[in-house]
Ligand binder design. Structure first.
Ligand code: BES
Ligand code: MN
Ligand code: ZN
Length: 484
């Protein structure tokens, strides 16, 4: 997509589609009279109410040279927060996508009031809306949909920069969505590794290393490997290193993603209904990929490492069984009471491995527990941490970016639920507090650094129905954390 700046007055502007923001409580100063008349007419007639996200498309508007005007409602200024912005701008993107235009013009002042974050979310929302899954379901050949490929912005050079940053974050999220949406018979651990290698080939500051099962066995990642035993697809451990800091020795922030490319539950087999959605069980890994692409595109001045533990969880004669005991990379033993609690088994070895990077902080991202969906629904990502400052930072950033997370505790009394008679710990803690006991398990492998865990079981994808598909969350939250 080509992005241009345009300084022509709104009435003289020749464009296929002009987009103007209309808020409930401010009349826009300095706007052309012709436009004020047009907007007033839409409001007075009752055709348009400027509620957040509402829209009206006008053809051949009087007094303007634009072929169309789209008015986007922004609601009341103080209620138009990051969440509302994301919704409204994604909605706008869908409208633009549906119009037979290849070019459109955005009036940044009325849409964003020049706020950096709002400009970013405008770019993000349009980019998000432009994504469509076509890899195994191509668009019909006779589709006449025109692609929007030129966006003109009425605004300043610095406003354009913020808008483009948003496009970049949106592109990262769209990569995350595409990887998530791909079926399990395409997106295998080896496929994820190949994609990581290709990503690194595109950016000089990014490098990639991939361990096969022999390499993992050699260093002792037996807990991770135990998940993979039942699968014909070999596991991969993927390390993406981004060197962007001026000081090459600056401590890196580290992301660790759960990459279970399909989770049948293993011998503790899941029920059949909805099991297809367990192809999304690699959305943590996909988030790592999306974030790495975004920071590369932004040329971020920081050191960041992304690590992905990629496995397929299958039942077979070779699969790990309930009651089996395995030894982790950290040397601790785990009694696997339920083979469906596999995410923590792959993450614990990855979390031990990243100690060697002497990280500034580590955040893992995982579709870890169905219990998180029960506790927080599909709105908030679960946030669990042994570091209050890190937890506060992520909570705040989530709120500011419209990609929210909500903290649950990690406390000693919950740790006891993981006691085992036959190993240092069990991999499950019973029915109670499932999201917390999963994080308690992970916390035993993160003692040497600052760490937070994001449980994205509820937020990584939309379930069932027409909207089924990956969301790209929490890419916005994490890119903003990496930038902070
Ligand atoms: N990938 C699932 C978690 C999940 C389930 C995410 C449904 C989103 C929707 C994870 O591997 C899992 O199976 N967890 C178990 C843990 C239990 C056995 C302690 C769960 O949540 O049921
Ligand atoms: Mn599972
Ligand atoms: Zn899983």
């Amino acid at each position: 997509m080509e992005i241009r700046l345009n300084t022509t007055s709104l009435t003289e502007l020749e464009t296929d589609c002009l987009v103007i923001g209309v808020s409930e409580d401010t009349s826009v100063e300095g706007r052309a009279k012709e436009l004020d008349t047009l907007i007033a007419d839409c409001l007075d007639s009752g055709d348009f109410k400027p509620k957040s996200g509402s829209q009206i498309t006008l053809r051949k508007p009087q007094g303007l040279k634009a072929k169309r005007v789209v008015l986007l409602g922004l609601g009341k200024a103080d209620a138009f927060d990051a969440l509302a912005q994301n919704d409204a701008f994604v909605g706008l993107g869908k409208t633009l996508k549906g119009l037979p235009v290849t070019e459109a013009t955005l009036d940044l002042t009325s849409l964003t009031q020049g706020h950096a974050g709002t400009l970013e979310r405008l770019g993000y929302g349009l980019q998000w809306a432009s994504y469509e899954y076509t890899t195994t379901k191509p668009k019909p050949a006779d589709s006449e949909a025109k692609e929007l490929n030129i966006l003109s912005l009425i605004g300043s050079e610095s406003e354009k920069k913020h808008f483009e940053t948003g496009l970049t974050i949106g592109e990262g999220a769209n990569l995350t969505r595409e990887l998530g949406n791909l079926p399990g018979n395409t997106c295998t651990p080896r496929y994820l590794a190949d994609q990581a290698v290709h990503l690194a080939e595109r950016f000089p500051k990014l490098s990639c290393e991939v361990f096969d099962e022999d390499a993992m066995a050699e260093i002792g990642m037996h807990c991770l490997l135990s998940v993979s035993h039942g699968s014909d697809e070999p596991a991969r451990f993927i390390i993406l290193k981004y060197q962007g800091a001026k000081d090459a020795t600056a401590k890196p922030k580290v992301l660790v993603g759960k990459g279970v490319t399909f989770d049948t539950g293993g011998i503790s087999l899941k029920p059949g209904a909805g099991m297809d959605e367990m192809k999304f069980d690699m959305c943590g890994a996909a988030t790592v990929m999306g974030c790495m692409q975004s920071i590369c595109d932004m040329n971020l001045e920081a050191n960041v490492i992304g690590v992905i533990a990629a496995v397929e969880n299958m039942p077979s004669g070779a699969a790990t069984k309930p009651g089996d005991v395995v030894t982790t990379l950290a040397g601790k033993t785990v009694e696997i009471l339920n083979t469906d609690a596999e995410g923590r088994l792959v993450l614990c070895d990855a979390l031990t491995y990243v100690e060697r990077f002497d990280p500034e902080a580590v955040v893992d991202i995982a579709t870890l527990t169905g219990a998180c969906l029960i506790a927080l629904g599909k709105h908030n990502t679960g946030l669990l941490s042994t570091d209050d400052a890190l937890a506060d930072e992520l909570f705040q950033l989530g709120k500011e970016t419209g990609d929210p997370c909500w903290r649950l505790p990690i406390e000693a009394p919950y740790q006891k639920l993981l006691d085992s008679n036959f190993a240092d710990m069990a991999n499950i803690g019973g029915r109670d507090a499932g999201t917390i006991t999963a994080a308690c398990f992970l916390s035993r492998f993160t003692e040497s650094y600052r760490w937070a865990h994001l449980d994205i079981a509820g937020t990584a994808w939309f379930s069932g129905g027409k909207a089924k598909g990956a969301t790209g969350r929490p890419v916005p939250l994490l890119v903003n954390w990496l930038r902070a």
